[in-house]
Design a protein around this ligand. Structure first.
Ligand code: RP5
Length: 183
């Protein structure tokens, strides 16, 4: 098995629905990664061990997702000099604002690169991780270039939003509009 370059960790299995987006994106780019549940609060010793051993195991970037009192990214960053990218998972109580602030508001000296709340943040964490490891691994830099080109191509291929939206929605809204016109 290929050695993981990116470590994807999260505070709970309940974070997987969000963090899966990071895993899928890394897979698509052909970046070797591992995923683990490592909780800052429920398994603090495991967190210390993971963060302090990651570099010598060959991990180059850590993506850490957590929700609520989201201490995992910050505490991971405190125990390694590897780049740590934090993904604020959307919490039920505060819609992820708590997660975002817990991850972003680090004291000077221990940085965490904080992404957007939720799945977009998880996907972007993977893309950013690929950009970082791409400095050293040219095949990953090229995969990222292709990903961007394909994404641009998809947008340019459907310039008319009415054609891009699935039938029912378009028909529903246009029939309402025509009713309004008749009145
Ligand atoms: C955090 O608490 C986790 O990252 C998760 O987002 C949140 C809730 O965890 P569970 O109670 O669902 O395990 O530590």
């Amino acid at each position: 098995m290929e050695k993981a370059l990116v470590g994807v960790i999260m505070g709970s299995t309940s974070d997987w629905e969000t963090m899966e987006q990071a895993a899928k994106t890394l897979e698509e780019l052909g970046v070797a990664f591992e995923s683990r549940v490592v909780s800052a609060h429920r398994t603090p010793d495991l967190l210390f061990a993971y963060a302090s051993e990651a570099e010598k195991r060959g991990i180059e970037v850590i993506i850490a997702g957590a929700g609520g009192a989201a201490h995992l990214p910050g505490m991971t960053a405190a125990k390694t000099v590897l780049p740590v990218l934090g993904v604020p998972v959307e919490s039920k109580a505060l819609k992820g604002l708590d997660s975002l602030l817990s991850i972003a508001q680090m004291p000077g000296g221990i940085p965490v690169g904080t992404l957007a709340i939720g799945k977009a943040g998880a996907m972007n964490a993977a893309l950013l991780a690929a950009a970082i490891v791409g400095n050293k691994h040219p095949e990953i830099r090229e995969a990222l270039r292709k990903f961007r080109a394909a994404q641009t191509g998809k947008v340019l291929a459907t310039p008319n939003p009415a054609v891009a939206v699935v039938g029912a929605v378009v028909r529903g809204s246009s029939s309402k509009a025509s009713k309004r016109k008749k009145r």
